[in-house]
Structure formats: C-alpha cells, structure tokens
Design a protein around this ligand. Structure first.
Ligand code: ATP
Length: 236
C-alpha cells in the first residue's frame, strides 16, 4: 500500500528544548492512523510540523511522494492536507455557513456547493443550523463544525488533534463514527488523542508518543499487546 504521508527522522525543538526526537511515521493511503500519548508528550507538536504551523530542525516530511518542508500551512492545505487543531478553533462570531466558506479560502480547486453538500450530508445538524452563530452551539456541535471545516477543502488526508477533548461520552461515540465515515469516504486520517480506547477503536495502526519519542505499536490486532507492554513499562 502506498504511504500518503511519511515523517522521516524528524527532530523538533522549542528553543533549547528538544520536543520530538527522531520521529518516523507512515500513514498508508486509506487508513486511519493514530498517535496516543499523555499530555505534553509531543503529539500536537508533531501534527503542527506536518501541517506547517511549526518548523522542523531536521528530517523530512513527504506528502503524496513530495517533500512539504518549507511550504506554508495554506500551501499544504491546497495540496490536500487538512488539519483540525485541538479545541475546536471555529470562528465564534461567524455563522456555521460563514465558518465553512472561510475554511475553503486556501483551497484553490474546490467546488464550494459540492463540498457544502458533502458536509451537510455527514452532519445534518450543521445543515439545519447554517445561519446560527458558532459560539451559541454546544461543544459537541462546534467540534462537528471544526471537523467539517477540515473536510470542506476536499482533503486527501485529514489530521485531528484531540478530537474528543472535553466532550461527553455520547459525543465521543459520534466523533468516532464520524471518523469511520470519513475514512470510508476515501479520506486518509491521522488522529492524535489521549483516549486510548477511542484510538484503538478507530485505528488501523497506532503509534505511542512518549518522552519525545514516537514508538510504532503495530496494526489493528497487534497494538493491544504492544501498547500494554509499553504502558506497563512506562506508566507503571
Ligand atoms: P497535549 O495533549 O497537551 O496537547 P501533546 O502531546 O500534544 O500534549 P505538545 O503540546 O506537543 O504535547 O507539547 C510537547 C512539549 O512541548 C511540552 O513539553 C510542551 O510544554 C512543549 N511546548 C508545546 N508548545 C510550546 C511552545 N509554543 N513553546 C514552548 N514549548 C512548547
């Protein structure tokens, strides 16, 4: 299977502090890959480097066979690499429709009405509330809107950082189903989350980020034991 995204020997620092040491990651086309790890382990930093929000010190990041290092975040979006950051950063004063249209600006080739139809099919609640101001919606609905903002650029790969953060268990289930539907629709997914059960449920393969290092745990069916072993060693 072709890797849509590869991270090769990537090092990242904040000032003198090394936050990611020699990370290697492969995301095969069509799969859901997750990175689990405790708060502060470096998951967000890794997704930030893939999206272009944060520069790397060394190494390479390839998307669809080409290095994206040096490209601005909006250029990576235009290449089909969507990023839904932690804590649903929707525009609170804008309506649902305005949020979605704004999210499409960096992507040059999208069919606006087709993409709106697509996200309204996936999230009927957003269709019903197109004119509602985002800040007046619940946390779960705002998270759906944040996911929809990633999807309207018609991405080949979409990254989610902590999509379950602060959400009630029922909403976490909805997010899980949504990620499965997104994957079934042909979009490759990379998700970082602290909730192991959630990650295990949605993932085809899994990585564990701990102490600045990314560890590959394996494919579905393998990562249960690999994770337990690592957790027993690290978090005991
Ligand atoms: P969380 O779930 O809390 O987002 P995480 O695994 O995503 O955790 P990161 O947010 O990537 O972890 O943080 C990794 C390390 O980098 C932490 O020690 C954090 O304090 C540090 N860090 C993150 N952002 C910055 C920044 N802008 N400046 C300096 N240090 C930072």
């Amino acid at each position: 299977m072709t890797d849509l995204l590869t991270v090769d020997d990537v090092h990242v620092s904040y000032g003198d502090m090394e936050v990611i040491r020699d990370a290697n990651l492969s995301v095969p086309e069509g799969e859901v890959v997750s990175i689990v790890g405790a708060n502060g382990a470096g998951k967000t930093t890794l997704l930030d480097t893939v999206s272009g929000v944060k520069d790397i010190d060394s190494g390479d990041i390839e998307f669809e066979g080409e290095s994206v290092v040096g490209y601005e975040p909006y250029e990576r979006i235009d290449k089909g690499l969507a990023y839904v950051p932690e804590r649903h950063r929707v525009f609170p004063e804008m309506t649902v429709a305005e949020n979605l249209r704004t999210a499409m600006i960096p992507a040059s080739d999208v069919d606006e009405s087709a993409q709106l139809d697509r996200v309204f099919d996936l999230f009927p609640i957003l269709s019903e509330r197109q004119s509602q101001v985002a800040s007046t919606m619940s946390g779960g609905q705002q998270q759906m809107l944040a996911i929809a903002q990633g999807l309207v650029i018609d991405p080949d790969l979409i990254m989610f950082d902590e999509p379950t953060l602060g959400l009630a268990p029922k909403i976490v289930e909805d997010i899980r189903d949504t990620i499965s539907e997104i994957s079934e629709s042909g979009v490759t997914v990379l998700v970082a989350d602290e909730q192991i059960e959630f990650a295990k449920h949605v993932s085809d393969r899994m990585y564990l980020m701990r102490k600045n290092t990314l560890n590959y745990l394996g494919e579905r069916g393998e990562f249960e034991d690999a994770y337990q072993e690592t957790v027993d060693n690290v978090f005991a």
